[in-house]
Design a protein around this ligand. Structure first.
Ligand SMILES: [Zn+2]
Length: 659
């Protein structure tokens, strides 16, 4: 296994059953082309088998004559060809199970016995159901949060509690349902060959007290191409093809040490240009006196310095202005005990050498044949959105190898790299033509997945890690190949207006990462009113750091790191607010998560009650000392089990109590 965080895939099969095991998950296909049992950490999450239903007027097809044929087996994947029949239809499928629990099912449905003169195709309806036990489907996520993944909505939270009743969606390339510690995601690259009466009801999430069902409608009627046709030797009725991928999460073991190890400072505007080069900034040689910018950053406890886009003269191309000066920066970081991470992204720059020859093949195109994105920066360039199904995948990975091998860089920050934005560039095989010849979008999930697998391999072989910014896309088929994610940009304006626009269930679904298997940092574009105290008020309840971009915000985050180190939080048990706790708070708009030692508690408290100036907590035992860690001037009082904490709505309080 080249992917060290995983253990590979083991599988066995009979004629009508496949049983496979990957890290933390067991999957079974019993007389079906879709999983009939999925266990996460030993617990069955399916309420009933995932099913493909074919209707023949009033008759519900019963799948029989299953045949499972092993076609490939390695450490990393197993692949089977599967055959079944129902009425006068057959389904053939390639079922591939990969080491990270990615289960791809490529299906084709074909009329059978159809040379018989009376045997016309009879299929009239086709759909998939994915029923998950309620306990394991209280939360849901879909992507994108509007019609376009390229131009996301800044106002729609696409992660939240699963609503009771039926919720309809137009086609979505990713839909996930789960709970705080796991779930199941379904990917599909496009709605090619979907024929629906109402495209707004392509996917329906139905939830009741017992289960949540994700229903995917494929055909509401007989396929137009089959209707009334007779199959002939010289003029066949073509198969209808679909491809879905199902993935139980978390996809890997969550890094329990992330709060200690993953302490990042994200720096833009580093003064990388030639004019600024003489002015010092982070390139100023470390003096040993502690007065250079780099030393000041290191003194705050930063373990990873992340340089945003302008470290590279050409966007997403990993090319510093001055190679020697940059190598010195990397050496200085190492000398100060920091690692250096640099920006790569989602773009091909108009400054990229050879742009004219490759732009039509490398770039993402919309259905009108135009490029998208088009970021503007200095040196004067436009940076258009790449599609990693095209040839820039290899270019980017080569440049990543160069910055790690030659410049001494330790890790890669990736902006948008893991997001399979919709693309209709036929030059590299994206998009599809519908029956009328109209060009339609496809989401290149499989190509982006292969790209980030290669990227992950290149970076990890070199001992590095990858952090990725994915603006609300939590598709684990790709995101599993990052080490952490950095989310919240697209809704930042909405949160700046009022932090209570963020809902707790949304945070638990999208911004915590326990359910997916990777840690999150929260994007924090602070201003006078939208401060780290407010942002951390929600993030730290979930063990998520807000990431500092400015030195003053770094001061705040550094204080948190110090408090956490002093309490040694990675060695004690954490009791998040949504799980059973032995303490209670007197205000239902106040939340408390805490760490517990034998003789002490570290309490993270945030109240969203605008009228409350204090909250009272009943603790799990008697304590006799209390300290207000972030605001020592505001005294807290503890009297046996009763703790009174002064609070300011939306702002974090951290209180330590001792016996
Ligand atoms: Zn494309």
């Amino acid at each position: 296994m080249e992917f060290k965080e995983w253990t590979g895939v083991t599988a066995e099969n009979t004629d009508d059953c496949i049983r496979a095991e990957v890290l933390g998950r067991e999957i079974e296909f019993s007389k079906s082309v879709f999983p009939t049992s999925i266990k996460i950490e030993g617990k069955e999450i399916l309420y009933a088998p995932i099913s493909l239903t074919a209707m023949f007027s009033d008759i519900k097809g019963e799948w029989t004559n299953q045949n499972v044929i092993l076609t490939e087996k390695t450490d990393e994947l197993v692949r089977y060809s599967v055959a079944q029949t129902a009425e006068n239809l057959i389904v053939n499928a390639d079922v591939t199970i990969e080491f990270d629990g990615f289960i791809r099912v490529d299906l084709r449905l074909i009329p059978f016995w159809s040379f018989h003169k009376d045997n016309m195709p009879r299929l009239t309806k086709l759909y998939i159901d994915i029923p998950v036990k309620k306990k394991y489907s209280t939360l849901m996520h879909f992507w994108p949060n509007c019609e376009s993944g390229v131009c996301l909505s800044g106002k729609v939270l696409n992660s939240h509690e699963t609503p009771v009743g039926d919720t309809h969606f137009a086609f979505k390339p990713y839909m996930w349902t789960g709970w705080e510690n796991g779930g199941i995601g379904i990917c599909c690259e496009s709605d090619k060959n979907f024929e629906l009466d109402n495209s707004e009801k392509c996917m329906t999430v139905s939830s009741n007290e017992e289960y949540t069902n994700i229903h995917i409608a494929l055909l509401d009627n007989a396929p137009a191409d089959w209707k009334g046709r007779r199959d002939e030797w010289g003029n066949n009725i073509n198969p209808i093809t679909y491809s879905f991928a199902i993935q139980p999460t978390p996809v890997k073991k969550f890094n329990a040490n992330h709060l200690r190890e993953w302490r990042a400072f994200h720096l833009g505007n580093i003064g990388g240009s030639r004019e600024n080069a003489a002015n010092g900034s982070i390139f100023e040689k470390v003096s040993g006196r502690g007065d250079t910018l780099l030393e000041k950053i290191a003194q705050k406890g930063v373990k990873w310095l992340i340089l945003h886009e302008d470290w590279s003269a050409i966007q997403n191309y990993g090319l510093p202005y001055d190679e020697e000066r940059f190598k010195q920066l990397a050496r200085d970081c190492h000398e100060l005990g920091m690692k250096l991470m640099v920006y790569f992204g989602y773009e091909v720059s108009s400054l990229y050498p050879g742009f004219n020859d490759v732009c039509d093949e490398y770039l993402n195109k919309n259905i009108y044949g135009n490029f998208v994105g088009g970021w503007q920066r200095e040196p004067m360039q436009r940076d258009f959105t790449v599609c990693y199904k095209g040839g820039y995948s290899d270019v980017m990975i080569d440049r990543v190898k160069y910055v790690m091998d030659v410049l001494g860089v330790d890790g890669i920050y990736t902006d948008g790299t893991y997001v399979p934005w919709e693309c209709a560039n036929e030059a590299h095989g994206c998009g599809y033509r519908d029956k009328s010849g109209q060009l339609k979008y496809a989401y290149p999930i499989y190509a982006v997945r292969e790209h980030v697998k290669k990227l992950y391999k290149a970076v990890h072989e070199r001992g590095g890690v990858i952090d990725t910014h994915q603006s609300s896309c939590c598709m684990m088929a790709t995101l599993g190949f990052a080490d952490s994610y950095y989310d919240g940009e697209n809704i930042q304006g909405m949160l700046q207006a009022d932090i209570s626009n963020m809902k707790m269930d949304s945070f638990r679904t999208e911004f915590m990462g326990l359910n997916m298997g990777i840690p999150c940092n929260f994007i924090s574009y602070t201003d006078d009113k939208f401060t780290m105290e407010i942002i951390s008020g929600i993030t730290l309840l979930h063990n998520v750091y807000p990431r500092a971009n400015t030195l003053s915000d770094l001061d705040f985050v550094s204080e948190i790191w110090g408090i956490y180190d002093n309490f040694a939080i990675d060695k004690v048990q954490w009791f998040p607010y949504w799980e059973k706790q032995e303490i209670s708070v007197d205000n239902d708009k106040a939340y408390v998560s805490y760490y517990k030692k034998d003789n002490a508690l570290l309490l993270i408290i945030t109240s969203y009650d605008k009228n409350a100036s204090e909250v009272k907590l009943t603790l799990d035992g008697e304590y006799n000392e209390a300290r207000n860690m972030l605001a020592p001037e505001k005294t807290v009082s503890v009297d046996g089990k009763m703790l009174t904490v002064p609070v300011e709505s939306t702002k974090i309080s951290i209180i330590e109590v001792k016996r």
